[in-house]
Ligand binder design. Structure first.
Ligand code: KIV
Ligand code: ZN
Length: 507
């Protein structure tokens, strides 16, 4: 079995995609989960891009162990210095430097000829290697580049000390049979290629990122770059969960395996979706809500007789619990703690206590608390790092012939602040009342609501995105009452805005 390395770029290419803006704490939470998932490399950001990117990479490099931590850098000294500064405390750092190699990029974007591009790449790799033992070189827009030019530039950067060469399908242009041939050609015609790892990085513009990556694996690629839930620029990157489960499910075909602990896949997907505010489509392979749901009678009958009739992998293999166990208001702290451990959550005592307090409140309203409810409670407390404003009282009056009106009282430290407002609907009225209290102008950019479980007493989960001064902040709220969940989500987002403004004014 060949080992295929999984290079996760959720925190770099994923975070770079429109509408995603994670703070340092959120990046750390995702990196810790990626370490539990056991990926080989975490690309933690693009150090020179912003102070937030730099701080995120540095925090991950300092804390997260057992995995390579990487920063992106253009093929220029300033970028490489900044990447190294962020990475230097990592257990196993990797500088990832890149330059475009297609005619269109060299001519119009870089305004350089091919010889100049080769010289820049060689200089960048040599410099990066003088700082860091692991250096990856990417030929941006490789799939629209001349194959012989790619072999030339890769040969030169290998001589200069690159330890990984990466072949990106930057604009998602490739098709699997052609991409597979290209990987084989590069492997057969690049001097010194057997000394380095060959990586691929595919975008999903034509919906073929995963297929292209797998075609590359069939043709000798050693590493696949991918993201949780397929996040990434434009239509996204190859989805990690699809690559990993395809290799696992069809191991005899690929004759390959990854080190990924697949039981952590579902949890990773939920965490990334929660923190980025990007919902996962229901029919998404592996992690979508319907990925293991069997609706038709014939299928259900088959599943009951033998699950393998219609399931090529088990829900348990990605960490989806099939437990029928339900907890209720008589379940004690110990039962809740045990169940969370069985579900694979490794929480601190304080986190367990906070989840338990929420569990008691929920069990009071809901007869049975399922695993999905518990997951939602854990997600709720995971993101509640800063509670500057806390909901103390909420009253809404609404109807088809009444003007929706809300009264909201928030607690800030020991102070209680109350405001009322009318609105187009009850949520609008609440948000306007909260705006009056908090007095920081924000724009509500997104509002999403979903039921966590089925039934009349299901938990409702609301995710909002607010924008303040060009930055986006995601807030979440969970409750059996969707009006309350909406209120909590908005307060959560505003707390993040305030926290960020405080950090900015302190720096
Ligand atoms: O898509 C791309 O080409 C990239 C490179 C920087 C690897 O993200
Ligand atoms: Zn990319």
């Amino acid at each position: 079995m060949r080992k295929i390395r999984i290079f996760d770029t959720t925190l770099r290419d994923g975070e770079q995609s429109a509408g995603i803006n994670l703070n340092v704490d959120e990046k750390l939470m995702i990196a810790r989960q990626l370490a539990r998932l056991n990926v080989d490399v975490i690309e933690a950001g693009f150090a020179i891009a912003s102070p937030g990117d730099f701080a995120g990479i540095q925090a991950i490099a300092r804390e997260v162990r057992g995995v390579t931590v990487c920063s992106l850098a253009r093929a220029v000294k300033g970028d490489i210095d900044r990447a190294w500064e962020a990475l230097r405390e990592a257990e196993n750092p990797l500088i990832h430097t890149f330059i475009a190699t297609s005619d269109i990029h060299m001519k119009y974007k870089l305004k350089k000829d091919p010889d100049q591009v080769v010289a820049m790449a060689v200089e960048a790799v040599k410099y990066a290697r003088s700082l860091c033992p692991n250096v990856e070189f990417s030929a941006e827009d490789a799939t629209r580049s001349d194959w012989d030019f790619l072999c030339r530039i890769f040969g030169e950067v290998i001589k200069a000390g690159a330890t990984v060469i990466n072949i990106p399908d930057t604009v998602g242009y490739a098709i699997p049979s052609e991409f597979g041939k290209m990987i084989r050609y590069i492997k057969e015609n690049t001097p010194g290629i057997d000394k380095v790892l060959v990586s691929v990085h595919c975008h999903n513009d034509l919906g073929m990122a995963v297929s292209n990556s797998l075609a590359a694996v069939e043709n000798g690629a050693d590493q696949v770059e991918c993201t949780i839930n397929g996040l990434g620029e434009r239509a996204g990157n190859a989805a990690l969960e699809e690559i990993v489960m395809a290799i696992k499910t069809r191991a005899e075909h690929f004759r390959a395996e990854t080190r990924v602990h697949t039981e952590q896949i579902y949890r990773s997907s939920v965490l990334v979706s929660t923190l980025t505010g990007k919902p996962v489509q229901h029919n998404k392979a592996i992690v979508g809500a319907n990925a293991f749901a069997h609706e038709s009678g014939i299928h259900q009958d088959g599943i009951l007789k033998n699950r393998m009739t219609y399931e090529i992998m088990t829900p348990e293999s990605i960490g989806l619990s099939q437990s029928q166990l339900v907890l209720g208001k008589h379940s004690g702290r110990h039962a809740v703690k045990n169940r969370l451990e069985e579900m694979g959550y490794n929480l601190s005592e304080a986190e367990i206590e906070r989840t338990y307090q929420r569990f008691i409140e929920l069990a009071d309203k809901k007869k049975e608390v399922t695993d999905s409810d518990l997951e939602a409670l854990v997600r709720g407390q995971v993101v509640d790092t800063t509670e500057l404003y806390v909901l103390d009282y909420l009253h809404v009056s609404t109807g088809n012939s009444t003007i929706p009106t809300a009264t909201v009282r928030l607690k800030k430290d020991e102070e209680l602040i109350q405001e009322a407002s009318c609105g187009d609907g009850p949520i609008d009225a609440i948000y306007k009342a909260i705006d009056r209290i908090v007095q920081i102008p924000v724009e509500l950019a997104e509002y999403n609501i979903k039921a966590v479980t089925s039934g009349q007493d299901a938990l409702g989960e609301v995710v909002v995105k607010v924008k303040q001064n060009g930055n986006a902040y995601v807030g979440r709220g969970v409750s059996t009452d969707i009006i309350e969940a909406s209120t909590l989500a908005y307060i959560h987002a505003l707390n993040k805005v305030i926290q960020n403004l405080k950090i900015k004014s302190a720096s």
